[in-house]
Design a protein around this ligand. Sequence first.
Ligand code: MN
Length: 391
Amino acid sequence: MSDRLVIFDTTLRDGEQAPGFSMRIEEKIRLARQLERLGVDIIEAGFPISSEDDAESVRRVAQSVTEPVVAALARCATGDVDKAATAIAPARRGRIHTFIATSDLHLEFKLRMTRETCLERAVEAVRRARNATDDVEFSAEDATRSDIDFLCRVVEAVIDAGATTVNLPDTVGYSMPGEIATFFRTVIERVPNADKAIFSAHCHDDLGLAVANTMAAISAGVRQVECTINGIGERAGNASLEEIVMITRVRPDLVPVTSRVVTEQLFESSQMLSDITGQRVQSNKAIVGSNAFAHEAGIHQDGMLKDRRTYEIMRPEDVGAPASSLVLGKHSGRHAVQKACERLGLDLARRDIDEVYRRMTALADQQKHISDDDLRTITDAVLADTRSAAR
Ligand code: MN
């Protein structure tokens, strides 16, 4: 099995569908160009049948990037597939991503369709898409809650019809990691032509397990992952691209796959998305949150000053984030106070440091953050007191 992990970014499609994350066409193009710099393999740029604006976005993104494949989403319906085909036509490499739900719950209550009709629609749509492009992805919506025998029949049939990627989404974020690994292993083992397609995971974060489930899927043989910048997406979001990629970089001993993502572009990608949508990530967000490389506790700051590996498993520069910061606050220690004074060009005697430290922690009890100006004010006062005592 290949050790190459294909990164399918759906920030502009699944991500953009979430409340508060809609983007204008020019903003989507700006982000698509950043995704190209980031080195993602596939950009899912929209769902052309859903609106003329979406169709136009896909077409413009297809014209604006050269390296990544540009994908358009389509239900398993003639009009959808044709609209997607038109939208990706300007792309150097275009993909049609066609989907239909396979779970009985969705078939009975949403689509009001039999399993047999579902199977026929899937095969027809994949065939039609293959007439427009060699790169066709099929998704079985709600795959993880589908009857496994039926799902395997659908997967075999769509691969026969020409699907080159088979995506099995955990549409509602219901699975657990061990379960999803067994699920993918079972499908890949049971489908006789499974070796003719790349299997893909698309995990949602309703229970906070999207990234864990994605990693479990990789361990079971999945070689494409669908993800978004900052983990945005429907409801609680999709698997976070930056987290998946950094797990593969930090733990190659356990995750034997590599992507072509330029990790130094991760922070910039996250920031650009936040700027465009006006939605900040929480400060404790892994990889790109403002606290991801910040340390306030005294013991941690002391460890960091002696050797950063004591409390950091990756370097901020590896993800393009600003340098690690030792934040002064009520949990900080003398060592960090001394370093902060040195950084401000203040050379203090040992006992003055002790007094600055005492006054800093007292102030930190009143206010959460100690700025450089606060530290200068404290230091000036301590030095003035020391001088008058010596007189
Ligand atoms: Mn989704």
